[in-house]
Write a protein that binds this ligand. Structure first.
Ligand SMILES: NC(=O)c1ccc[n+]([C@@H]2O[C@H](COP(=O)([O-])OP(=O)(O)OC[C@H]3O[C@@H](n4cnc5c(N)ncnc54)[C@H](O)[C@@H]3O)[C@@H](O)[C@H]2O)c1
Length: 450
């Protein structure tokens, strides 16, 4: 089989490499020529464990190629996947579909006149009705093409998570496909056959439902995170422990243990934008989705409140204090900074008069370029960030930080204050080393100190 994937970002690149690994011939197209040149030279422009090897191996085997022009790539492709970005529209909640629309026009132009009935598949997370819109754009661009005869449009939302994207693609919980076309269903089943062999739940539904499943899934997970964050606040007031609470809740299979980790608020390229997109769609359709609306508000307030928490535990004043920040990406094992809590918390700490020295294992090149981090100093190791700081704030739970020895932290810090907004460190060890340790939802905000 032969497919084209439009977009060489997290989703497009991972999907391209994984489909190629299945033995499918994949051309991955990105309009960013610089990115394509890097990929053609064997360099992978994003940080994702295992991706570089997979890309190199499949490119060397001749199954994976990169192009910057879609029209050169489509030919007789069995399917073209759209995996371009769908960010929130500037100043609004709804998804910006301009990249999808442009990609669709390019696909329509590239479809061969005697088409092999290519299936256009949306992998991007899109509003309900986008598959129908894509169909209209193709017909408006190429009036001679008839849907269901010359091409089909299907929805196949992607559920991979950055940081474990390859594992998620290769061993998904489910593959959701939205199509009413027998031909499209056949093509999708064949493409995913290497997974299906292992009895993967592959669900077929209509296009609108498939589109909505993705937005509903991310909104639900966002709600779960905000729920446990509120429980953490409650635990702090009544001297309870949210880690044990989460475990107790999660043992109920109706609730499940995952996504019950309190922290500084959810971020990333998906949860905030997809929850907002769901709200925008519901408003347009005059439906109340107050739980999701509230989740968004609760999360925004939480990120902002985290800087106040740092100030509170540092006796109400951080002006002139040096704070070491460990981790700025929205989660570990990615270099993605989109909507990361650090983008709100760090500027607030700076505004309050603190100086910030940060370290992130994914490097400082990308964060340095962001205006939010203009006044941040960057260290090239966790230890260098900690040296002579008045407090350390853990913002991302990279494994590297879990390995920091408590006595070493105590030696490096000027003041023994550890504010662990991810509950990533061992509270008991910190306490034994004489540190004032503040976790999230683990008893009162007074320290678990000596
Ligand atoms: N990142 C995730 O973890 C994740 C998970 C599941 C779903 N998604 C969804 O998948 C989609 C893509 O997300 P991402 O994080 O991979 O985005 P991304 O921003 O990392 O990558 C998008 C790529 O598309 C390219 N592009 C844009 N318009 C193009 C065009 N007309 N032709 C060719 N290339 C074009 C861009 O240059 C960019 O490289 C989004 O809808 C997102 O919500 C993302």
């Amino acid at each position: 089989m032969q497919i084209v994937i439009v977009g060489a970002g997290y989703v497009g690149l991972v999907s391209s490499a994984c489909f190629a690994e299945f033995g499918i011939n994949v051309t991955c197209v990105d309009s960013d020529s610089e990115r394509v040149r890097e990929l053609q030279d064997g360099r992978v422009p994003i940080f994702e464990p295992g991706l570089e090897d997979l890309v190199k191996r499949n490119a060397a085997a001749g199954r994976l190629a990169f192009r910057d022009r879609l029209s050169d790539a489509i030919g007789e492709a069995d399917a073209v996947f759209i995996a371009v970005g769908t960010p929130s529209r500037r100043g609004g909640q709804a998804a910006d579909l301009s990249f999808v629309q442009q990609a669709t026009r390019d696909i329509a132009t590239g479809l061969s006149p005697v088409s092999s009935r290519t299936v256009i598949v949306t992998k991007s997370t899109v509003p309900v009705g986008t598959a129908a819109l894509i169909e209209q754009i193709v017909v408006a661009t190429r009036p001679e093409l008839v849907p269901g005869r010359d091409f089909d449009v299907a929805s196949n939302p992607e559920f991979l998570r950055e940081g474990s994207a390859i594992e998620d693609f290769m061993h998904p919980d489910r593959v959701i496909c939205g199509t009413e076309s027998v031909h499209a269903e056949h093509v999708l089943r064949e493409l995913y056959a290497p997974l299906d062999v292992r009895n993967l739940p592959m669900m077929f539904t209509d296009r609108a439902t498939a589109e909505l499943i993705k937005l509903a899934a991310n909104s639900f997970l966002a709600m779960k995170v905000s729920f446990i964050n509120e429980m953490a606040d409650l635990c702090e007031r009544c001297d309870a422990d949210v880690q044990d609470l989460a475990q107790g809740l999660g043992l109920d299979p109706r609730i499940g243990p995952r996504f019950l980790h309190p922290g500084p608020g959810f971020g990333g390229s998906c949860f905030p934008k997809d929850a907002n997109a769901l709200v925008a769609i519901a408003r347009e359709l005059d439906v109340d989705v107050r739980l999701v609306e509230t989740t968004i508000r609760v999360n925004e307030a939480r990120k902002a409140a985290m800087a106040d928490r740092v100030r509170e535990v540092m006796d109400g004043d951080i002006a002139g204090k040096r704070i070491a920040v460990l981790g700025v990406t929205f989660k570990p094992n990615t270099d993605d900074l989109r909507e990361a809590p650090s983008l709100i918390i760090v500027p607030k700490l700076l505004e309050m008069g603190a100086s910030v020295t940060a370290y992130d294992p994914a490097g400082s090149a990308a964060p340095r370029a962001l205006p939010e981090f203009r006044h941040v100093r960057w260290a090239d190791s966790a230890e260098a960030a900690l040296r002579d700081a008045d407090a350390v704030v853990v913002l991302t739970e990279w494994n590297e930080f879990r390995g920091l020895a408590a006595h070493r932290i105590a030696d490096l810090l000027r003041e023994p204050v550890v504010i662990d907004l991810r509950n990533a460190l061992n509270a008991q060890e910190m306490r034994n080393a004489g540190l004032r340790y503040y976790g999230v939802g683990r008893g009162r905000i007074h320290p678990l100190g000596p």
